[in-house]
Design a protein around this ligand. Structure first.
Ligand code: ZN
Ligand code: ZN
Length: 436
């Protein structure tokens, strides 16, 4: 049973959220009652609130997260683009032979590469002269020292350099991640899988009209899939000023049943540490219910990945190969997969894991076929079925009824142009001509 306050809150928020993007929405009460479906196992794990959280959660940042933050810093940074332009301009106009030109360009542009900025020291050494200023680059020299000298010689705005230097130091100092770790099967968490205040998105984003944002609906109805995420403790995600929800700094969809725990790809970066922590929390929740499953970690390759499913390899450690069906989601199972199996279970050679659920039309509830989810029609991904999107035709004249037009409906609900309805009544003898 879902706690009644939780249900009430979710209905209210989902109404605000979906109606903001889709005016034809049937309403959250109807939609969630019909299509929000979780297995007994998930109900047991997360309890009536369908949500567990672990505040003040601290974890050492891994290489991937620092890499991600550094890449974010370089993206659209004014100093960086000015610097690149100045370097190109300098090498193009200075009187240099082709080889020297290339060498200097490589040296100078290397200072703003992600790897160099993370290493924080210069790999190269060289004596260069820019605009009459001699600069000595030593191996092991701090990147920001070298970059300051070069930027000064190139005549760049040094205030912009300073703010870039401060941001760079900030990224290097994020050696630990802090937040609240959450495990959730709440509709708002599926809808905001890739919408947040933490500066990252994916094709699941509603706000950016991501091509696969209708896929978020498939996870609301996925019986065994939950969302694990790191919530920003300081700020919420506020999509329109009228409603807000937890902002995800990091998230991962997790499939769990008594035989398997299968984590999906994490966004915006993979973190084995976080995934393992999530699995530990899940095991603890099971233990609280006196359930002990000997989940055992397996590391394997995905040998086949198509739009609707992926297949893993059988290994010595793992007697089973998984067929992970994810036809309504964006299938991002590729490369390596770390997952857990119940070591006591006997498996058949292939096990089918249904990672996602069904996408239902937001207006009429009909099933939207997998091939259609993610299809871009008139710039809108299909979250309303083709039938509901088709133009309404007047049965009397055969013409299109404008969506904003007033209509008259007959007993079967067929809609007519107002003029056509009157003509029809006259023609059928219900109304005298001119009698209105
Ligand atoms: Zn429909
Ligand atoms: Zn008509």
């Amino acid at each position: 049973m879902i706690d009644s306050n939780t249900l009430k809150e979710q209905i209210e928020l989902v109404d605000k959220y979906i109606s903001f993007y889709e005016q034809d929405f049937m309403g959250a009460e109807k939609y969630l009652k019909r299509y929000w479906e979780k297995s007994d196992y998930i109900h047991l794990l997360l309890g009536p609130t369908m949500y567990k959280e672990y505040p003040n959660f601290v974890i050492n940042a891994n290489a991937a997260s620092i890499d991600y933050n550094m890449t974010q810093l370089l993206d659209n940074n004014k100093f960086v683009s000015d610097y690149c332009a100045a370097v190109h301009n300098y090498t193009a106009t200075a009187d240099l032979d082709a080889e020297t030109e290339k060498q200097i360009e490589c040296l100078l542009l290397d200072f703003i590469e992600v790897d160099s900025l993370i290493a924080n020291t210069s790999k190269a050494k060289d004596d260069i002269c820019i605009n009459g200023i001699d600069i000595q680059i030593k191996e092991g020299m701090k990147i920001m020292r070298a970059l300051r000298k070069v930027s000064e010689a190139l005549g760049l705005d040094m205030e912009e350099f300073e703010s870039f230097r401060r941001e760079h130091a900030k990224v290097l100092s994020t050696k630990t991640l802090r937040g609240t770790l959450c495990l959730s099967a709440l509709p708002m968490d599926y809808l905001t899988l890739s919408d947040n205040n933490s500066n990252w998105i994916s094709c699941y984003s509603w706000r950016k009209n991501g091509l696969y944002h209708a896929s978020t609906l498939a996870y609301i109805s996925a019986p065994n899939t939950i969302v694990a995420y790191l919530k920003d403790e300081k700020k919420n995600y506020d999509w329109d000023g009228e409603g807000d929800w937890n902002s995800k700094m990091w998230r991962q969809l997790i499939y769990i049943d008594p035989d398997f725990i299968i984590p999906g790809r994490a966004y915006p970066y993979d973190s084995e540490q976080l995934t393992e922590k999530v699995v530990t929390c899940l095991n603890e929740l099971l233990n609280n219910n006196n359930i002990n499953v000997p989940y055992t970690k397996i590391e394997t390759d995905i040998i086949e990945s198509t739009a609707d499913r992926s297949v893993t390899k059988v290994t010595n450690e793992c007697p089973v190969s998984l067929i992970i069906s994810n036809s309504n989601g964006y299938n991002d199972f590729y490369g390596k997969l770390i997952y857990w199996i119940n070591a006591q279970q006997q498996y058949s050679r292939y096990e089918n894991i249904i990672f996602d659920g069904i996408v239902h039309c937001l207006k009429c509830g009909d099933v939207i076929n997998p091939g259609e989810v993610g299809k871009n029609v008139d710039g809108v991904t299909l979250r309303v079925c083709t039938k509901c999107r088709a133009p309404k035709l007047c049965p009397y004249c055969g013409g299109v009824i404008n969506p904003s037009e007033f209509t008259i409906a007959d007993e079967e609900g067929q809609e007519y142009h107002v003029d056509c309805w009157q003509e029809k009544e006259v023609a059928e003898g219900w109304l005298e001509d001119g009698d209105e």
